[in-house]
Each structure stands twice: as structure tokens, then as C-alpha cells.
Design a binder for this molecule. Sequence first.
Ligand SMILES: NC(=O)c1ccc[n+]([C@@H]2O[C@H](COP(=O)([O-])OP(=O)(O)OC[C@H]3O[C@@H](n4cnc5c(N)ncnc54)[C@H](OP(=O)(O)O)[C@@H]3O)[C@@H](O)[C@H]2O)c1
Length: 450
Amino acid sequence: MGGVFGDTLRERRRFVLPGPGGRRRSRMPQPRMWKAAVAVHQEPKDLYDLGEMPPPGHVPARMHAMTIRPERYGEPRRAFAREIVPVPGVRPGYVLVYTMAAGINYNNVWASLGSPADVVAARRRAGETEGYHVGGSDGAGIVWAVGRGVRGVAVGDHVILSPGDWDERADDIRTGRDPAASRSMRAWGYESNHGSFGQFCLVRDVQCHPKPEGMSWEVAGGFLATAATAHRQLFGWYPHTVRPGDPVLVWGGAGGLGSFAVQMVRNAGGRAVAVVSGEERAAVCRRLGAVGTILRTDFDHWGRVPDEDDVPAYTAWLAGVRAFGRRFREVLGERCDPRIVFEHSGADTLPTSLYLCDNEGMVVTCGATSGYRSEIDLRFLWMRLKRLQGSHFASTADCRAVIGLVERGMLDPCVTSVVGFDEIGEAHQEVYENVQPWGNRVALVNARAG
Ligand SMILES: NC(=O)c1ccc[n+]([C@@H]2O[C@H](COP(=O)([O-])OP(=O)(O)OC[C@H]3O[C@@H](n4cnc5c(N)ncnc54)[C@H](OP(=O)(O)O)[C@@H]3O)[C@@H](O)[C@H]2O)c1
């Protein structure tokens, strides 16, 4: 049986993934007990270096973490700093994980800026005491300690962590509400603290998913949040699920969400037209299975719908959005509009999305990169029987589905670059400036690149 160190060493060699990371792999049993898995003989210490593993069963008092504090709110480059902070205590129902790798996501750009939400102040209002935020909503690691009542996961398990932090005992969930819509739902590592940018992170048991045996830490830590969110958007809102032949417009087709959306549409037999801001990203989308691409830089009608009284502005907007629609049809090769519009770009694009969406089609959104105050012309919504659907993260079933698809090689995890722990701030700065590499990015925490 591969021990924890054995797995780590083997996985160190898989540093940057050039292509699809999921060959068909068997589900080997994972180590359950430390004694069987680890050969570590250090004396217990108060604090360990990154990559240094404490003796089995020992939870140190302190850890290295990349934190954000209100006094540093601003651009990610200066908002993030490496600090030594207490290791979070394990509460009933919670799991302490020794973090191996952590995904870089857009939400910690928002956390850095302290806007539109001040995450530290919000938690303090809810009674939490920490004056800092340890972000990180994607991650993978080794279960280090479990609280009372934890189910389905044991010390020593290798797990992929999901950001869906909800309380399965909450009244609304027990009476049938979708957990993603539960009052108890928090985006872990954004709304809740102790995310994957710490040597140890704290999650609920429901956030832990078995890591496939052959999957590297870098891949395991870098894809779940975007893959599961995209899966929910495209397959979770019946009857607007992708069917063979469906035209689908995907904004940001080479981004974290978009690169999965393009592949999922292709896998379902749909036709994805991806919007991007450069030729290199367009080529990526075509490689991932888009039937065509649109350069958004060719258009300039973005943002709110102008007042009709402002005739020149309204006419210009209408001309812009119609030209964009014509480009969509040209690229698709058919006089057809998108049955589904895959949204997350927000204020700049939502009016266009709603206009362009086919009659009885759906615009499904999970984000607002360009701004969350949007204005739409409601006539396009009701007179054409369109649906504007909010979608937030995913279900446990979505998580298991996308992990399985990556494991079987049916979904490229698109973890295209790996950064060091101290580069977490800079990596978020690149996301903020939209100059990040395509796909998903991961930071090494306790895992080491070989
Ligand atoms: N609610 C949830 O559960 C959830 C989950 C994941 C993500 N999100 C949100 O979804 C958004 C995208 O996440 P991501 O991980 O895909 O980010 P990402 O990797 O940075 O990709 C976003 C893409 O959006 C495009 N974009 C940026 N500004 C744009 C604009 N003004 N108009 C049109 N396209 C624009 C960029 O592509 P081009 O420049 O090439 O067009 C970029 O590649 C973020 O706001 C994030 O917070 C929400």
C-alpha cells in the first residue's frame, strides 16, 4: 500500500500538467490509519516548516498561512501576507486537513479588495474572533484530525475539498431545500475562515471527497470549485440542461469556469461558442471543443442598456448587441441563438446575454467579475419566455460527478500552472488584472514540486 510519503514523493514528479490529467485509474483503497501510512519520527514541535509533516496524531499550535487583514485590503499583491497563526481547533462535525495544494479562485480577489463584502467584519459580526482571513476555496490534503460526529471520512484519508460549507443538519436542508440555497451555506475559504491557504485547513465532513489514487496533489487541489460550479450551471437547471445540438454561449471560455463549460457542452453533444479577449485563448477554447470563438475586443457595446430617450446611445447599443448576435450565428454556422448562455462575467455582459438568449432559453449566472449591478430590459425576458437563473456552487453529486470525469480522463482538469506558497498574492493579482494563464491555477502548500 502506498504510504503518505510514498504518494507524496510519487506525485512530486507530476509538477505541471501539459494536457488531460485523468488517465483511467483504479480506485485503490486509501490509507486509513497513520501508523500504516507514515514513517515520520520527528519530535512534536509548536510550528513546522511548509512541507514538514508533524508526527502522526500531533496537531501543532501554530501554522504558516497566507492571510488577508482589513488593514491591508486593496489589490491582492499587497493584501496577502505570510503570517504565523494558530491552527484552527476541531469542532464537532469538522475535519482538520493537512493542506497539500490550494486552488486560486476569483473569490479571494474579492476578499483582498474587502469589497463587495468585508469578509472579516462579516464574520466578527457573527461572533468569530479572528481579525484575519485565511482564504482558499479549493484544496486537497490529508485528513489530520476529526471532530465528534464526523461521518464518511477518517484520519489519513486523502481528500479533495469542496467550497460548499453547509450544515446538513440545518432545518431548511432537512426539510428539502437545496443545500446550496440553505441559510447555512457559506463559501468556504471566502465567507468562512481557515481555507486552503494555510498549512492546515478546517472543513465540514460533507466537503471532503475521496482523492482518486493516481491523481496528483496539484490537480486534486485545483479544479473542483470551477468544475462543479460549471456542471451545476449546465446540468442542474432542468429543463435547461445541455442537449445534443444545443448552441451554448460561454463567456470567458478559457477561464476557470469557461474551460470546463466548453468541455462539458462538447461532452453532451452541444455546440459551445466561446467568448474570449485574445487569439491565444480562442485557440485554447477550440482545442477544448468549442465549435467557434468570438473576440469580445471586436465589440464595445458592453454594460447597461441605455435609456431609450437617449436615442444615439440606445441605437449604438442595439447595433452593438445585434452585431454580436450576428457574429454568434456566423461562428455557429446556423441562424440559431444560444439555448443556454453560461454567465459569470456580470454587469458588462448580462444585458447582451439576455438579449441574445433564444426564446425559452436560459441565462445561467454564478458571478459578476465586471460588476454586480446590472440592468436588463425586462421585455426580452418575459415576452420571449426566457429564464434568468442564479446558480451558486454545486451539489455533492456534482462534485462526485466531476471528480469521476477527471479521473476517467473525460474532463481535462485544466490545471495549467502551479505556483509556490509565497506567490499566492501575486497569482490573485494576475486574476484581478485578467492576465492569468488560461484554465485553473494551483499553489503548493505542503506538497513540494519535484
Ligand atoms: N458562485 C459560485 O459558486 C462561483 C464559482 C466559481 C466562480 N465564480 C465567479 O465566476 C467568475 C469567474 O470565475 P473564474 O474562476 O472562471 O475566473 P477566471 O478564471 O478569472 O475567468 C474569468 C474569465 O472571464 C473573462 N472576463 C473577464 N472580464 C470580463 C468582462 N468584462 N467581460 C467578459 N468576460 C470577461 C476573462 O476571459 P477573457 O478576457 O478571455 O474574455 C476570464 O478568463 C468570478 O467572478 C468568480 O467569483 C462563482
